[in-house]
Design a protein around this ligand. Structure first.
Ligand SMILES: *Cc1c(COP(=O)(O)O)cnc(C)c1O
Length: 374
């Protein structure tokens, strides 16, 4: 937690739950990513936290944007971004959204199926397209690739077809899975896509761009490799496989841009024992799976959670809603003070990414998570 966030939490009688996020930290993260990979253009993955203060800050710093919907594109433009600096990176887009993005002047469109390529050809004629390759997500705490991406062989066929549809076959992309805790997945993915660059060149199509996606991790409970070590591993793999003929490189960090900048303040609603034979107390918070902690699904993302002082004991952590799956942690060992009482404040650390944007709308009457940007 940054000093600015700590001071704000101390000074104000905050209504909870809420996210408090330090924009200076976002600027530092942007600078660190730039420094780790100076050869790459940064396209912030808007879905991680689409708040206007963040978008305005990143526009000012010169960032580009990876948007998943026409709403996100509109938010970037409202924050001052040029349409030219936006990539429509979702491989699943409404035809009307493609047309609206094209009307704005968005130049770059992702696809991973021939059907989507046909939609782009119809609604964004002449645009640059890039094909998403499914790559190994080993090492990721929040894998993505089952739902997205195609094989090298199918990508090859579709890239060869793009010009006859009036489109510009511009590049390839992949995503190694979110909260990717190792560099190996990037190295393997780069080796794979480099083969297709070579192969397509021989077939007369010279791709110009490689989009390396997001995935860069932040620290939750465990240490993760530094941003610099990802930069080194990626550049080493790029020069190994592309030599001096490097394509334009893009990265799409989401979590690594905003995750460690924010803290969620929550309140304990109830502490109780559910079964006499279970020594664990159940601690119910005023935020849960539906209030924004969606990434606790499968206990995949394990936030650091702190409260009060004193000796601790094991707890199960659950949310306030009347839904049976609204339990954050049952298998992962969490400990909180033995004296913890209803009404006390709990802090959920490094929660700046994928929390506000996942909060539900008035489920059980609970308002979406409040947000404070400092
Ligand atoms: C979600 C997403 C990202 C951001 O991923 P992080 O792991 O948060 O960095 C980047 N690109 C695409 C296409 C995405 O869907």
């Amino acid at each position: 937690m940054t000093p600015k966030v700590a001071a704000f939490l101390d000074s104000s009688a905050l209504a909870t739950p809420c996210l408090v996020l330090d924009l200076d930290r976002v600027a530092e993260n942007y600078a660190a990513l730039r420094q780790a990979l100076p050869a790459a253009k940064i396209y912030y993955a808007v879905k991680a936290n689409p708040a206007a203060p963040i978008l305005r800050l990143l526009v000012g710093l010169g960032s580009c944007f990876d948007a998943a919907s026409i709403q996100e594109i509109n938010e970037c433009i409202a924050a001052g971004a040029s349409a030219r600096a936006i990539s429509f990176g979702n491989t699943v887009k409404k035809p009307s959204a493609i047309a609206a993005a094209f009307a704005h002047g968005v130049p770059l469109y992702a696809f991973d199926s021939i059907e989507e390529l046909h939609k782009i050809a119809a609604h964004a004629p002449g645009s640059q397209v890039y094909c998403r390759i499914a790559v190994n997500n080993v090492g990721a705490d929040w894998p993505l690739s089952k739902k997205f991406g195609t094989t090298l062989g199918r990508a090859r066929d579709m890239m060869l077809e793009a010009p006859s549809l009036g489109l510009v076959p511009h590049g390839l992309s992949f995503h190694v899975g979110s909260q990717q805790t190792g560099t190996a997945a990037y190295e393997m993915a780069i080796a794979e896509v480099a083969m297709l660059f070579t192969d397509l060149k021989a077939a007369g199509i010279e791709l110009k761009m490689l989009n390396l996606g997001g995935g860069f991790p932040i620290r939750y409970q465990d240490d993760v490799p530094s941003t610099d070590s990802f930069g080194h591993a990626i550049m080493h793999a790029m020069t190994t496989h592309f030599g001096n003929d490097l394509p334009d490189m893009l990265i799409e960090p989401g979590r690594a841009m905003v995750g460690n900048a924010g803290v969620v303040a929550a309140e304990v609603v109830l502490v109780c024992r559910r079964m006499p034979e279970d020594e664990r107390r159940w601690v119910y918070l005023d935020i849960g799976r539906y209030g924004g902690l969606a990434e606790t699904e499968g206990e995949a993302i394990r936030y650091q959670i702190t409260a009060g002082k004193g000796a601790t004991g094991p707890v199960v952590l659950a949310g306030p809603s009347c839904d049976g799956v609204d339990i954050m942690y049952e298998k992962t060992e969490y400990r909180l003070p033995l004296g913890l009482q209803a009404g006390e404040r709990v802090l959920i650390h490094n929660a700046g990414a994928y929390v506000t944007s996942y909060a539900s709308q008035n489920f059980n009457g609970f308002a979406p998570l409040a947000e404070h940007y400092l």
